[in-house]
Design a protein around this ligand. Structure first.
Ligand code: PLP
Length: 434
């Protein structure tokens, strides 16, 4: 397999421009894209990469899916923007209708469209507060909910997401999140949640809990069996709303349109983004109709939320996510990824745990299986080595030592064979210090 000979001239020139003009606070890799399709990216040097990150879960349907590209081009030629409060268009309604079909449970559900995952989270919290007349929101350790003021306030990892950027939004309470590999079982986390409702905030003041069924940035931690169900029961008992943050775990990543569907719970509200636009920026909130209608007219919305071009893309992407054949494919695809990661774990002691749900999987790397010392430096080195060899990877997790796999669900057998070979080779070399 081809090993990179260093940064090319065009990349070096663009990197210099990037350093001159673009804020250093935005994290970047030394990779500039020329074009991309399926699970492959070609950079400005003409080098090809297999993409195991997929825009961090935004490309479940792959780069430049033909039907999405066509829908975008057709819509752009008709009109590109209106602002939904000024002049309505059918595409917005059609996109919301499909998003509501992704919301597990019997409904009736309604929705609204926004621009980003963080904005969806903001709106779900506004709706929950308004509908309940309560202020407090409970979130969980290892949770990530975005980079806006409220999003970072709900997020549990100070570096790099929060440090130095407070004061944080008020009335946020954080309970322990399950992390069985590091000693926090579902039962422990549940006890922590119950204790929080005794020691920190009375349940009658809590508007909602927000939780990712598979915590993404936190390290691909799926909720242990019974945890979501038990939290949901406690919420029911106290009139607390349950918000499922499906921004990273939704849109077929775990096989089904939402990840919470695996736990048999119908959340009051759900947040969606990333892959729902097939690569275009769009997000949404869905929920029980009476909640979604609670806020006075004009209380929700925004200039570009549900932009017509993004809606045209989302309609195609959502149709794919809702297609039972695609869901069956995504489920089988996830099982294949799992088998490949388990095989790597069997061969290498540095893999402490392979975990996840469906096609949302990661392996947590350690320097020693007994002590579970996080191998953060080696993980960073794997990412760098893999990039040089033509595979795009990204770390996640509280200790930045989990290699996540968010490869587009349309990746071919060849993409996976080549990608996993590079991943394993890079892992071996990173731990050997090469
Ligand atoms: C679970 C979850 N919620 C919210 C967000 C924020 O989404 P965005 O980056 O589109 O604002 C993310 C982003 O990674 C996420 O994973």
């Amino acid at each position: 397999m081809a090993v990179d000979q260093g940064i090319g001239a065009r990349t070096a020139a663009l990197q210099a421009e990037r350093e001159r003009w673009v804020s250093a606070s935005v994290y970047t890799q030394p990779l500039f894209v020329e074009h991309a399709h399926g699970a492959r990216i070609t950079d400005v040097e003409g080098r090809e990469y297999i993409d195991f990150v997929g825009g961090i879960g935004s490309l479940n349907c792959g780069h430049t899916p033909e039907a999405v590209v066509q829908a975008v081009q057709d819509q752009a030629a008709r009109y590109m923007h209106q602002m939904y409060s000024v002049a309505q268009y059918e595409g917005y309604i059609e996109a919301v209708k499909r998003l509501c079909a992704c919301h597990p449970g019997d409904g009736p559900f309604k929705g609204l469209l926004l621009n980003s995952g963080a904005e969806a989270v903001e709106n779900a919290v506004k709706i929950a507060r308004y509908a309940t007349g309560r202020d407090a929101i409970v979130c969980f350790d290892q949770g990530f909910h975005g980079r806006t003021l409220l999003g970072m306030s709900l997020t549990s990892k100070p570096m790099p997401y929060k440090k130095g950027m407070g004061p944080y939004a008020a009335e946020i309470y954080r309970a322990p999140g399950p992390y069985p590999y590091r000693g926090i079982s579902g039962e422990d986390a549940l006890d922590g949640f119950r204790k929080l409702l005794k020691t920190q905030i009375d349940p009658t003041q809590v508007a909602a809990v927000i939780y990712e069924p598979v915590q993404g940035e936190g390290g691909f931690l799926p909720a242990p069996d019974g945890f979501i169900e038990a939290i949901f029961e406690i919420c029911r008992e106290h009139g607390i709303l349950y918000i499922s943050d499906e921004v990273q775990s939704g849109m077929g990543r775990t096989g089904t349109p939402s990840a919470i569907e695996h736990y048999g719970v119908s959340p009051d509200l759900a947040t969606w983004a990333k892959s729902m636009g097939g690569g275009m920026p769009i997000s949404g909130v869905t929920g029980r109709a009476e909640l979604m209608d609670a806020v006075h007219p004009g209380g929700l919305g925004g200039t570009f939320g549900g932009n017509p071009v993004a809606c045209a893309a989302a309609i195609v992407a959502l149709d794919q996510v809702l297609d039972p054949d695609f869901q069956a494919h995504a489920t089988a695809f996830g099982a294949d990824l799992r088998a490949r990661l388990d095989a790597i774990a069997e061969r290498h002691d540095c893999v402490g745990e392979v975990r996840g749900l469906g096609g949302m999987l990661a392996m947590e790397l350690v320097t020693d299986r007994a002590t579970k010392e996080p191998a953060a430096a080696e993980t960073g080195r794997i990412v760098a080595l893999a990039r040089e060899r033509g595979l795009i990877l990204m770390a996640s997790g509280l200790y930045s030592n989990a290699i996540r796999v968010l490869v587009p669900l349309v990746a071919t057998e060849q993409d996976l064979d080549e990608g996993f070979a590079i991943l394993e080779e890079s892992l071996v070399d990173a731990f050997a210090g090469r």
